[in-house]
Design a protein. Structure first.
Ligand code: NDP
Length: 449
């Protein structure tokens, strides 16, 4: 549209914003994206990517122990160099940040390294003072860690700071029992820290299948991670020696060297000016949107965590792609939110797709549940007493697999492939008709009785 500076102005160059900007530009739109921090957003800069690399790094603690049972002579106390891993991880983050930036540039997307706020249905003000106009605005500003209000909360860190620690703390307390808490409990524990995880309820990973999350709890406790439940955070007191005394309800205070909050994430909408376009945020501060990611203001759209639909990178990417194809590509597309696979990169990891057993019972009534509870071959030889659990939930009437849930080594890698079968509505008989790939852990999926 000739009257506007841009056809599309994207605020936020994370997973959703970058995809939407790049694809819209490829469809011929004149696009700018404003990013106040670094191109790549949470996933690349301070989330999925560096976290997964730390998970790999942490796993060597067990691998080095197990290696001895496989004939390798390993020093009795192998040394871990946090600074070396940190440097390498941050360098990889820089590399991906560069790759994202050049992808945008090669699609002629203008990158504006400034904070931008909405000033009306078609206008945006940049931190430097410039005001620009766009036919459409896409809000893709993501979310940030929520820190419960309590005395001394400023002494705690979040997943934003964890990648920049000077050293691995000797004792860590993690508040929360969701994705980030369980992933970092595993990471810190493998790096030699004593980990205490506290949660306000008595449930970890609420959205996962009860049997699977119980298995993680049991294995984590066996490894030496301390769990405290019904523990509402009360406050942090910094002691003379620099340690932190954490008080909570129903339990004695704990003394640690680092407190990490992993108590959910809130949409980044504060001060974004959306009210100037007549957009009312929901109770959690998210931008309410319809199935086409369009807000109540027709020229303003939103994708990714800021909409608080499903806070996962691949979902934000799909939303960004669907937006670009619908609005600028002449190809109306909607994201299908059914059967989204998800994983927790804990030690061992969890992965799941579809309904949990209790959801299936509630929704379908009559279900058949098949399980395989086994020790991975590698764990048997390593004398590692850690059992995998695979669970298949089927609708009794149709035999259709409606849920698949797993805990064990490589569960996310295995589940990604199996999720295709669940998404394709295959039946237990289809799984049974597939010949096992032996010897593997994944073969249990076609051998369940
Ligand atoms: P989660 O929603 O997974 O877990 C939040 C935890 O904090 C829960 O245990 C919850 O308790 C507790 N909690 C929530 N609010 C409060 C409060 N006010 N006071 C005390 N405790 C509280 O959040 P995370 O921060 O771990 O992760 C945020 C999101 O990021 C995830 O939901 C996920 O979508 C995404 N993510 C995905 C990853 C992956 O795909 N592997 C990895 C990391 C993050 P209760 O159970 O009682 O509600």
């Amino acid at each position: 549209m000739a009257g506007y500076d841009y056809d599309l102005f994207v605020i936020g160059a994370g997973s959703g914003g970058t995809r939407a900007a790049r694809v819209s530009a490829a469809h011929g739109a004149r696009v700018a994206v404003a990013e106040e921090y670094r191109v790549g957003g949470t996933c690349v800069i301070r989330g999925c990517v560096p976290k997964k690399l730390l998970v790999y790094g942490a796993h060597f603690a067990e691998d080095l122990k197990d290696a001895q049972r496989f004939g390798w002579r390993v020093p009795s106390a192998p040394e871990f160099d946090w600074k070396c891993l940190q440097e390498n991880v941050l360098a990889e983050v820089d590399r991906i940040n560069g790759a994202y930036t050049s992808t945008l540039e090669s699609h002629s997307v203008e990158i504006i390294p400034e904070r931008a706020v909405v000033t009306g249905p078609n206008s945006v003000k940049l931190a430097g003072g410039r005001e620009v106009t766009a036919e459409r605005i896409l809000i893709a500003v993501g979310a940030r860690p929520a820190v419960p209000e309590c005395k001394g909360s400023e002494h705690g860190i979040t997943s934003n700071e964890v990648f920049h620690l000077d050293a691995i703390p000797r004792r860590v307390l993690i508040a929360g029992a969701g994705y980030i808490a369980n992933e970092f409990a595993g990471i810190f524990h493998q790096f030699g820290a004593h980990v205490t995880l506290i949660n306000r309820s008595d449930v970890i990973l609420r959205s996962y299948d009860a049997q699977i999350r119980d298995r993680l709890l049991q294995i984590s406790m066996m490894k030496g991670i301390d769990f405290r439940f019904h523990a509402e955070f009360a406050g942090i007191e910094k002691q003379a020696d620099g340690s932190l005394k954490v008080s909570m309800t129903n339990h004695d205070p704990v003394e640690v060297d680092c407190v990490m909050f992993a108590t959910g994430r809130v949409p980044n909408t504060e001060g974004l000016g959306l009210e100037s376009a007549g957009i009312e945020l929901d109770a959690k501060g998210a931008v309410p949107v319809d199935e086409d990611s369009q807000s109540s203001c027709p020229s303003i759209y939103a994708v990714g965590d800021v909409t608080n639909r499903v806070q996962l990178t691949p979902v934000a990417i799909r939303e960004g792609q669907a937006f670009a194809d619908t609005v600028f590509g002449g190809k109306p597309t909607r994201v299908d939110y059914d059967c989204i696979p998800a994983a927790v990169f804990s030690h061992p990891p969890i992965a799941g797709v579809g309904m949990t057993e209790s959801e299936a019972k509630q929704k379908l009534g009559n279900v058949r549940v098949y399980t395989s509870d086994f020790r991975a071959m590698k764990n048997v030889l390593a004398n590692r007493n850690e059992r995998c659990l695979y669970k298949m939930i089927c609708e009794a009437e149709t035999d259709r697999v409606v849920g698949l849930h797993m805990i064990g080594p490589d569960a996310p890698e295995i589940l990604q492939a199996a999720a295709i079968a669940v998404k394709a509505r295959l039946t237990k008989a289809d799984f049974d008709a597939t010949v096992a790939l032996h010897p593997s852990m994944a073969e249990e999926l076609v051998l369940m009785r």
